[in-house]
Design a protein around this ligand. Structure first.
Ligand code: G4P
Length: 533
């Protein structure tokens, strides 16, 4: 095996997807403790404030401050080099989270056993499914009275359109929670409330009729477990790793993160089954990680928090080949060479300069304005990675420069912050000076306004628009598209790639326009549409 192949097999690059409060921070912390990346509990900053202390907006700013160090947490465990990518935790939703998912090879979905499938999880799952990203599931908070297990699994299957394969099964829940039954190994892991050590007490049993089961969990829970496992065997086919890797089924584990129960078993399962770096799609062809030549893309750009220093960190995901410090690479969008003397690796609490990095790794490139989100680096080939789509914003506002003397600052700030992914900018056909801002969550508007003022000295105000639904549009025949655009010009926007977007004010209106224009295709992400020449 070559060094490249060995390094690829070691890598496990994933993100945790969940609704706020399901337990992501708690699990992250336990994973890092097992990986020896941190040594004391409480070291992972939750991105949360003491309740009510500050506004959501302040929280987002604070998060920006800590997220360089927590965006990518690297650690080693079980012979694998694990890169855990953080998805921002604030309550409002931003595109940053979507983009982070383009840089992972699998995801861990955390579900609160009391609340079941929640809104944010639903949205993130849609993004994972677009790319067939494999998802493993951890049902958390079994120490609380939650939903009936079979009903909860049904809910996951129905709401998230993915088949489940329970690999463990809870024995009781809430106050009567006794632990989990490992179905394949025929063993029980016993839960002791408040325990913080790992591994948990595990007892191998000889099938579910083994008297040791009853001795440990009591007669009635043992009977219920026998009944439920019989049902499970009838409902769910055995777990097939390929189905998981291809994103068709999700293996499900149960536990209680705050009690450190089930997390080590989860990590062991991920280490043995979660995929190593997978092939990635470009507009031109599939790129295999084993290819000798380097390729990768920028999925996130992070501005220095100090406004006096305009430099930024570009987060670069390596897709193939080996990255070397000081080597010249090809920056595809500009056609220019790129070289860096100080690429950084992200370890759990540190950044350190590295000499080389491998597929699956995320490295930080010091950026003085070279990169935009989605940029590709190669050794000369003109390819461009898919998977960094712009998502249709749900809130639109016209942005107006409130101080005519600061026109330059306004444009510079707006462009740079759009490149950083804070907002999407659109213009109107024939009216290039009208700038429309699109965001996924309202907080992004406040952040834009605040940062324009504090970092660029530009004051702005917003004006409302009366449409809320955006679709990128395309047609086989260019003339048909242009005729449609002319006819609906008051409802057309143009994005930075020069692609048309059709805006509607209601689903009814959209349906009507679609019905009357069958030659036009409507898309909810920018990725499916070719940019206009
Ligand atoms: P998040 O990052 O997904 O938003 O969730 P986080 O880990 O911060 O957990 C949210 C809350 O749920 C925390 O309580 C945490 O302690 C609790 N929690 C996590 N895992 C479990 C579990 O297995 N069982 C129970 N009962 N609770 C769990 P908090 O009150 O917000 O914070 P804290 O005071 O406990 O730190």
């Amino acid at each position: 095996m070559t060094e490249l192949v060995q390094e690829i097999h070691k890598r496990l690059t994933f993100a945790i997807i969940s609704h706020p409060d399901a337990g992501k921070t708690t699990i992250t912390e336990k994973l890092l403790l097992f990986g020896g990346a941190i040594h004391i509990a409480g070291a992972v900053k939750s991105g949360k404030n003491p309740r009510g202390a500050t506004s959501d907006f302040m929280e987002m700013e604070r998060e920006r401050g800590i997220s360089i160090s927590s965006s990518v947490m690297g650690f080693e465990y079980g012979g694998r080099k694990i890169n855990l990518l953080d998805t921002p935790g604030h309550a409002d939703f931003s595109e940053d989270t979507y983009r982070t998912l383009s840089a992972v090879d699998s995801a861990l979905m955390v579900i609160d056993s009391v609340k079941g499938v929640e809104e944010r999880t639903r949205k993130l799952c849609v993004v994972c499914r677009m790319r067939a990203t494999p998802i493993a599931t951890f049902v958390n908070k079994l120490d609380r009275e939650g939903k009936n297990t079979i009903e909860l699994l049904d809910e996951i299957e129905k709401e998230l359109a993915i088949e489940v394969r329970p690999l463990t099964w809870p024995i009781g829940q809430g106050r009567s929670f006794k632990g989990v039954y490992d179905i394949a190994a025929s063993a029980i892991h016993l839960f002791r409330p408040g325990q913080t050590r790992a591994p948990t007490d595990t007892i191998a049993i000889d099938g579910l009729d083994d008297p040791r089961l009853e001795a440990e969990v009591g007669e009635s829970l043992a009977a219920r477990l026998r009944e439920e496992i019989a049902l499970v065997g009838g409902i769910y086919p055995p777990f097939d790793k390929d189905d998981y890797i291809e994103g068709r089924v999700t293996p499900v584990f149960f536990g209680s993160a705050s009690n450190n129960f089930g997390v080590k078993e989860l990590l062991d399962a991920l280490v043995s089954t979660a995929p190593c770096p997978t092939p990635k799609e470009t507009d031109e062809r599939m790129v295999e990680p084993e290819e000798q030549k380097l390729s990768g893309f920028v999925f996130k750009i992070h501005a220095n928090l100090d406004p006096k220093h305009r430099d930024r960190v570009a987060f670069f995901r390596i897709c193939s080949g080996k990255f070397e410090r000081n080597k010249f690479y090809y920056h595809v969008r500009s056609g220019k060479p790129f070289r860096t003397a100080n690429p950084t690796a992200f370890m759990a609490q540190d950044r350190e300069i590295i000499d080389e990095a491998w597929p699956g790794d995320i490295i930080g490139l010091h950026d003085t304005g070279t990169f935009k989100i989605g940029d590709t680096l190669t050794e000369g080939e003109g390819i461009s990675f898919k998977g960094i789509p712009s998502f249709a914003p749900q809130i639109f506002q016209v942005i107006v420069n409130a101080d005519p003397l600061k026109e330059k600052q306004f444009h510079k700030g707006l462009n740079q912050l759009a490149e950083e992914g804070v907002v999407q900018i659109f213009s109107k056909p024939h009216r290039p000076n009208v700038r429309v801002i699109g965001v996924v969550g309202r907080l992004q508007l406040d952040v834009l306004q605040y940062r324009l003022e504090h970092e660029y000295g530009s004051t702005v105000r917003y004006e409302g628009v009366d449409f809320t639904i955006a679709h990128w549009i395309a047609a086989d025949d260019k003339k048909v598209l242009e005729a449609f655009v002319d006819e609906h010009s008051s409802k057309i926007l143009i994005d930075i790639r020069n692609t048309y977007i059709f805006m509607s004010e209601s689903p009814w209106n959209l349906g009507y326009v679609k019905k009357n224009n069958p030659a036009i295709r409507f898309y909810s992400t920018s990725e499916m549409v070719e940019a206009r020449a």
